[in-house]
Design a binder for this molecule. Sequence first.
Ligand code: 3PG
Length: 357
Amino acid sequence: MVASEYQLEAHPVIPKGKPFLLVVLDGWGENKEDEFNAIYKAECPTIKSLKEGAPRRWRTIKAHGTAVGLPSDADMGNSEVGHNAMGAGKIIQQGASLVDNALEDGSMFTGAGWNFAKESWANGGTLHFIGLLSDGGVHSRTDQLFALMYGASDHGCKRIRVHVLTDGRDVPDGSSIKYVGQLEKECENLRSHGCDAKIASGGGRMYVTMDRYEADWNIVERGWRAHVLGDAPNKFESALDALTKLKEENPKLNDQFYPPFVVVEKDGSPVGTIEDGDVVVNINFRADRVIQISKAFEYENFDAFDRVRWPKVKYLGMMQYDGDLKLPSNYLIAPPLIEGTSGQYLCANGVRTFACR
Ligand SMILES: O=C(O)[C@H](O)COP(=O)(O)O
């Protein structure tokens, strides 16, 4: 007997009781049929036969923008929002939108996470931000970072250090110089208003910090050494210098793969290591590529690499990145409570599923 809230009407076209296959074709889509459309130009006999063989059943669905809960239709889709939308079985507000809403209505700066973070700078600690620096909107966005920096300064923060991960994957390669330039301008502006804000370290997202699925902990270790310990083979007096000079040395260097670098004072000392009493905010709203660095900050027992020093900091995610692990335990935006997910319907209706990837 299916609980009434999970009872479904018969589908008008798809017959009941037949196996149903949900296949996700990564990067596949229908669009204007012109010479720039590779899918249209290619020979795709299987898809063509599926489409032409069952024209009454062929549908297209939107996988980007507001249709999957992103802030605007200019936002491209990505794997996480696709998983979330299909898993929820409905349009839910995705991380990017939740952060935007909290910044817009001001609740970002009154929530439990913000108040927890504030205690650190009230006691003289430095506020560190770590995350992907671009406006790709897949893992993070620069405008959200800037809003947090100004919000912190307005709430009495006197020292900010930013640890930047260059993108070139969700945005064009070579664009990182622009994002770092924008961030340096914002830091300069904050400094002129009495908040000592600087970029302290960085590196390319695919080589520094943002590993996923525990594929290569060396990536995370490089980030830890640069951000926390101020230790990297490349030291420069500014992040802009770092990107420009490293690119001059190796013109083929892609933004995704910048080696780790540390910004130093004239005497060679790092401008912003992470110390006891500081607060670290991870600005990525998307979870997959920041779970490992979050474990490094959060777990007392940690053996994925030698941290050398484990500073006693308050660590917060923009969101909670893993609800099962409750990781991290502190975050700026609470995860949404989603009821009536696809999985709940399938289970309640006794439909057995097998998922693979
Ligand atoms: O993390 C990545 O590799 C990209 O930013 C997004 O890729 P995905 O959405 O296809 O996982």
